[in-house]
Design a protein. Structure first.
Length: 241
């Protein structure tokens, strides 16, 4: 998950970062957030591009552009990113609906307030929309079945686009996917998306399209444990929605 925090106070940015890390650890074990911090709306907008973030936390009261003004410019480029205001007043709560904010958190707040706001933000929908950029391609994580290597190419097997080939080191692909807990290396040059695994049969993952992806017999117990933990966690997430 890629998150941006726009706030002119470092202490406030740290508090949001700590709360989001805790929330993901308690509700989406293994999800690793990546943070970018900005001290002003201007600094953020200078670097901002469409679909760069999954979620953006915005302070309302900053020098220069206000939080609402920053959000309006964000919406000119990106109509889907989740916006959450973190501010000291309720005065702009109604305005936040105009930029389709999914949360409004008033400082000072307890973790319980942050947790409630994140639940209202429907984080599961945000996670389902996550994607990675590989070369010029943008791939939804949920569309990826598994990845392997063919000589100097990596192959990404997808549900909707078939097999895509990219000329890059397999290690680079592993690093791109590593922040997302559903992807596991089942042997040296193969990564499987546990979200698309239906069951384990012997020494293979059976994907939900029926294709079998093998793994090493030496890692059988490890693969079974990883899959069981992932299934349990997803079931827990479903109950918490």
């Amino acid at each position: 998950m890629k998150a941006a925090i726009i706030d002119d106070l470092a202490a406030c940015r740290n508090e949001i970062r700590n709360c989001l890390n805790r929330y993901l650890n308690e509700n989406y074990a293994g999800e690793t957030p990546v943070f970018d911090d900005f001290e002003s709306g201007e600094a953020f907008l200078y670097r901002f591009t469409q679909a760069a973030y999954d979620i953006i936390f915005i302070d309302q009261y900053m020098d220069g552009l206000s939080g609402i003004e920053t959000a309006e410019k964000i919406r000119e480029k990106d109509g889907l990113v989740a916006l959450i205001f973190v501010t000291t007043s309720l005065d702009h709560a109604i305005e936040s609906f105009g930029v389709r904010a999914c949360g409004y958190l008033v400082k000072p707040y307890l973790y319980e307030n942050f947790e409630k706001t994140m639940k209202l933000a429907r984080l599961e929908k945000i996670r389902n929309a996550q994607f990675v950029c590989i070369g010029q391609a943008r791939l939804l994580l949920r569309d990826i079945l598994w990845c392997d290597r063919d000589e100097h190419y990596v192959q990404i097997h997808t549900e909707k686009h078939g097999t895509l080939r990219f000329r890059l080191p397999f290690l680079e692909l592993s690093e791109i996917l590593s922040p997302h807990s559903q992807f596991v290396n089942c042997y040296k040059s193969c990564i499987v998306n546990l979200e698309r695994v239906e069951r384990i049969d012997g020494l293979s993952f059976v994907m939900n399209n029926g294709i079998q992806v093998p793994f090493s017999g030496q890692r059988k117990k490890e693969m079974e444990l990883l899959f069981d933990e992932y299934v349990f966690q997803r079931g827990r997430e479903d109950e918490l929605e």
